[in-house]
Design a protein around this ligand. Structure first.
Ligand SMILES: Cc1cc2nc3c(=O)[nH]c(=O)nc-3n(C[C@H](O)[C@H](O)[C@H](O)COP(=O)(O)OP(=O)(O)OC[C@H]3O[C@@H](n4cnc5c(N)ncnc54)[C@H](O)[C@@H]3O)c2cc1C
Length: 391
């Protein structure tokens, strides 16, 4: 792949990329295959990233982090995926922390952010989705009822990733009943829930086995007491706080997709050169090389959009359009590259030791989560092109 072409942007952070690549070299395919086989949390990898300070990249220096721009965090996540590793075990800490940073009180920031930056405290879990509310977030049913100096939380979350490996969870729940609010987006609040000791208090976490190793769970709240001081921002404004973090989340996930796409394309081109069938490399056939070239073109176009979204974000803008386009295009590009990689490898793409089938399973997620492709198209149709809301 032409590295000069892909390295020629202000958002590139070459030094950071090189350090991430060095760190990832200690976590080869065998490490990820073992975690995948045992459905184990990649603790050693997450610890190495934490110790190197990468997970505190976006936390301001005043709270012990590196105070880097979003483009640097995107570069970190992209390189992790480009190296064949997977940041899903810890990426949420980068963007869930943003809700606290933008909307938390000074006391909350002082209490949590230095610990997160130093790796003493994990804020990896983000509880929004419920069994009956995925894309339709505002219909969620988990409630928090004020009782003296605490909230009583009741309900259930699903797909709460990393809840077993996180000390705190950012929870979106309803504090004012739906029928008592004018708009569905009102009456929701964000609480910081201490997950430590789950099982011994009115909180239980049940792992959900999925097609890839993702440490995702169901979380049940049975009258759990959460101190009022754990409310982030104002009561009833939670949906707006979560929305304000979406652009960063979209851009970071898109960067991971670009890293995946690069990994698939590099593997494909190398194998197409190496594998000889009918006494010549398969890459000499246009039927093999054109799909790889097309995947590269799609990836590069998506990469430009990711860089543009990050650039606008780092300038203080709210690039809803670009962040959504970046996520859409990058998830499509990585999935197309995954398909091409499987195809290029023939039967060997299915062999575990090539890592392709694992990465293939992992790459599919981003067309569905954290937001499905259809919902991004709805956003573009409504908010960019001015068509009626379709739901
Ligand atoms: C492995 C994994 C990890 C996850 N981690 C987290 C997490 O940590 N925290 C969290 O809160 N959530 C998490 N999620 C949840 C994820 O964000 C949701 O799965 C996603 O938002 C979609 O919700 P849903 O699955 O309920 O799909 P639904 O909302 O039921 O939608 C089903 C399908 O219908 C389509 N659809 C729905 N409405 C429309 C419409 N109006 N127009 C067109 N198409 C429509 C969708 O695009 C989708 O394809 C995770 C999910 C997975 C699979």
């Amino acid at each position: 792949m032409n590295h000069e072409l892909t390295m020629n942007y202000e958002v590139n952070h070459r030094d950071i990329r090189e350090s991430v690549a060095r760190l990832c070299a200690d976590f080869p395919g065998e490490y990820w295959r073992r975690c995948d086989r045992e459905r184990a949390y990649p603790q050693a990898f997450v610890s190495a990233l934490t110790e190197a300070g990468f997970l505190g990249a976006l936390i301001p220096e005043a709270y012990g982090g590196s105070g880097l721009p979003l483009s640097a965090a995107a570069a970190i996540l992209e390189e992790i995926h480009r190296a064949g590793c997977n940041a899903a075990a810890c990426h949420a800490q980068m963007y869930t922390m943003g809700t606290l940073l933008r909307h938390g009180s000074e006391a909350q920031k002082q209490k949590y952010l230095p610990g997160i930056a130093a790796g003493r405290l994990r804020l990896q879990a983000f509880g929004v989705t419920e069994p009956d509310s995925g894309a339709d977030t505002t219909s969620l049913r988990t409630t928090a009822r004020r009782e003296g100096d605490c909230y009583r939380v009741n309900g259930q979350k699903i797909w709460t990733s990393r809840a077993e490996y996180s000390d705190q969870m950012l929870l979106l729940c309803r504090t004012t009943p739906l029928k008592a609010v004018g708009k569905k987006t009102d009456g929701l609040s964000v609480l910081l829930v201490d997950l430590r000791g789950a099982g011994e208090k009115n909180l239980s976490v049940r792992p959900l086995r999925t097609m890839m190793n993702h440490s995702t769970t169901e979380v049940f709240f049975d009258d759990l007491a959460v101190p009022v001081e754990n409310l982030v921002g104002e009561e009833g404004r939670g949906f707006h706080y979560i929305l304000s973090g979406m652009n960063a989340e979209r851009i970071l996930i898109a960067a991971e997709c670009i890293g995946d796409a690069k990994w698939f394309i590099e593997k494909s081109a190398a194998y197409a050169n190496r594998r000889s069938v009918f006494n010549r490399p398969i890459g000499r056939n246009q039927g093999v090389q054109f799909p790889i070239a097309r995947a590269y073109a799609d990836m590069r176009a998506a990469e430009l959009m990711v860089h543009e979204a990050a650039r606008l974000y780092d300038r203080g803008g709210r690039p809803g359009e670009e962040a959504n386009l970046a996520k859409l295009l990058a998830a499509d590009a990585s999935w197309a590259a995954a398909e091409v990689c499987m195809e290029t490898h023939g039967g060997f793409g299915f062999a575990e030791e090539y890592d392709i089938e694992r990465k293939y399973r992992e790459a599919r997620l981003y067309r569905t989560a954290p937001i499905p492709t259809n919902l991004i198209l709805s956003y573009i149709a409504e908010h960019v092109l001015g068509m009626p809301r379709s739901y």
